[in-house]
Design a protein around this ligand. Structure first.
Ligand code: ATP
Length: 245
């Protein structure tokens, strides 16, 4: 269980995280919807330990993460532009975390081959990142992050720069692997449909405050999330398309 209590962060007079609290059971995905500048990235980076907060606590399985340095938190922050090692092949990028942990070569080979298959990247295994498309790079970053089963995946609009088709493929892939590997994730997005698709639980962030919903229906029904407006818009389009005078 990831448990966050009353997290607070301000930059001079601007409050960016305002008493943020949440509880996320292991293996669940919390979709966090919010407009630009509401504090979503700040929340993820705070959980990853990339900067200190002013107040509040972050616990994993009852253990405080407060004094745990970022690399020991086993919480991986993934953002829009995947950061891959340019000098390494796809295979070695995915293997990186296992090599750092000094896993036996036979085990690394087996795990990476399986991950390449999951990601449908087998034929690209020996390419460098500059030889990949944006969607392929994002898949490599994703595989590299989940291969050593982090405690929490922190996804910051990970598919925002991809075209609609690739994005839909990535969402499906994320869902499949999240279920298979029991991934616990905070998934930040400004896309209503994406939030509805990937989330087991739902939250909306505005001006540093995080509102949690007890159900998908409650999330859809709250006017501030804009979900109803978007669904109504797609219904209108649908009627226009099917309208026969
Ligand atoms: N290092 C910083 N110094 C001062 N203000 C900052 C700093 N980092 C972020 N902010 C401010 O905090 C607020 C929240 O930023 P944050 O990056 O968390 O937003 P966001 O919800 O992720 O936005 P977006 O969707 O555009 O990425 C913004 O108003 C931003 O200007």
């Amino acid at each position: 269980m990831l448990s966050i209590q009353n997290l607070h962060k301000a930059y001079s007079s601007q409050t960016v995280l305002d008493q943020v609290s949440l509880e996320l059971p292991q293996g669940q995905v919390l979709a966090v919807l919010g407009r630009s500048g509401c504090g979503k990235t700040t929340l993820l980076k705070a959980v990853a330990g990339l900067f200190p907060t002013d107040a509040g606590s972050i616990n994993w399985a009852g253990k405080s993460m407060g004094a745990v340095p970022p690399r020991e938190r086993e919480m991986v922050y993934l953002f829009q532009e995947p950061l891959l090692f340019p000098h390494l092949t796809v295979f070695e990028n995915i293997a990186y975390g296992l090599r750092v942990r000094k896993e036996a070569d036979a085990e690394v080979q087996q795990k990476v081959q399986q991950m390449l298959q999951e990601l449908e990247l087998q034929e690209h295994a020996q390419k460098k990142s500059s030889q990949l498309s944006g969607g392929q790079r994002q898949r490599v970053a994703f595989g590299r992050a989940i291969i050593f089963l982090p405690r929490v995946l922190l996804l910051d609009e990970p598919f925002a720069s991809l075209d609609a088709h690739t994005r839909a493929n990535m969402q499906t892939l994320f869902l499949r692997l999240a279920r298979k590997y029991g991934i616990t994730a905070l998934f930040v997005t400004h896309d209503v449909k994406e939030a509805l698709l990937v989330g087991d639980q739902f939250a909306y962030m505005a001006a540093g405050k995080l509102q949690l919903y007890t159900s998908r229906e409650a999330f859809i029904e709250d006017p501030q999330t804009g979900v109803r407006d978007e669904l109504a818009f797609w219904n209108t389009i649908d009627q226009k398309i099917t309208y026969q005078p």
